[in-house]
Write a protein that binds this ligand. Structure first.
Ligand code: NDP
Length: 248
């Protein structure tokens, strides 16, 4: 595949300042796209990412938009389109992981997980989708926890990622007449601030990964790159696992 196959295309990535989102931003730029991304708190990391991309001749735009607020997400999508032009690729990556025994969650915490992990995804698609055209892509970042839950405390997170998988199927039907595909990538454990490969959860998790290691953010970015390409035009509504053989 030509390494600049996204030349002239634009992308919007939520939660692009760190972790998997930052790798997706860098990869889509490397593939030739101009990329806008959101962040909530990491202003410095967001600005450093833009600078490093610009230093190498790429185009990136950082927009502060807290995914807890659907209107902020919609405004960020609109700003990206105003600045970069027609949007070809929407990646809903921003997410939070709140692990706790079910009886210790407050209802505000329940609402926060729903807002960031589910509601913001829908808001971004509502803003971007109607303007998208044949060949354009929507890619959600779900989780293996939509299907399997290996230890306690994951009730809210698992619920939210199962909702993303189901929403993906519905949206794929809704956007198919426009020729827009909608897919859901479900990573297993990936080494980021959310789930460090040297963190507390790692000892348990590594034992149930067939390949015996955490995934890297670049592993996930490669998959996003493929799904963004014309090679992936017959894939839609799918929840696709990328997990090194997690709990198989
Ligand atoms: P990180 O916590 O490392 O990074 C999260 C990113 O999302 C940051 O850029 C952060 O921005 C942004 N973000 C968080 N909350 C908000 C918010 N309210 N509004 C806007 N942006 C926000 O997470 P990962 O990179 O590990 O995870 C990315 C996605 O991948 C998530 O959806 C997660 O559920 C999923 N995933 C991760 C796995 C893992 O093992 N790491 C496994 C399976 C799925 P800021 O820097 O400003 O805080």
């Amino acid at each position: 595949m030509n390494s600049y196959f996204l030349n002239g295309k634009t992308a919007f990535v939520t939660g692009g300042s760190r972790g998997i989102g930052a790798s997706i931003v860098k990869r889509l730029v490397k593939d030739g796209a101009a990329v806008a991304f959101t962040y909530a708190n990491s202003a410095q990391k967001a600005s450093e990412l833009v600078k490093s991309i610009e230093a190498e001749g790429g185009r990136a735009l950082a927009i502060r938009a807290n995914s807890e607020n659907a209107d902020s997400v919609k405004s960020a999508v609109a700003e990206a389109i105003n600045t970069l032009g027609h949007l070809n690729i929407l990646v809903n990556n921003a997410g939070i992981l709140d692990v706790k025994p079910y009886d210790q969650f407050t209802m505000d915490e329940f609402d926060k997980t729903v807002a960031v992990n589910i509601r913001a995804v829908f808001a971004a698609v509502q803003e971007a989708g109607p303007k998208m055209q044949s060949g354009d892509r929507i890619i959600n970042i779900g989780s293996v926890n939509a299907d399997v839950t290996g230890f306690p405390g994951m009730s809210l997170y698992s619920m939210s990622k199962a909702a993303v998988a189901a929403m993906t199927r519905g949206l794929a039907r809704d956007l198919a007449p426009q020729g827009v595909t909608v897919n859901n990538i479900q990573p297993g454990p990936v080494d980021t601030d959310m789930n460090p490969a040297k963190g507390e959860m790692a000892t348990v998790l590594k034992d149930v990964i067939a390949l015996g290691r955490y995934g890297t953010a670049n592993d996930i970015a490669s998959f996003v790159s493929f799904l963004s390409s014309s090679e992936a035009s017959y894939i839609t509504g799918a929840s696709l696992d990328i997990n090194g053989g997690f709990m198989i």
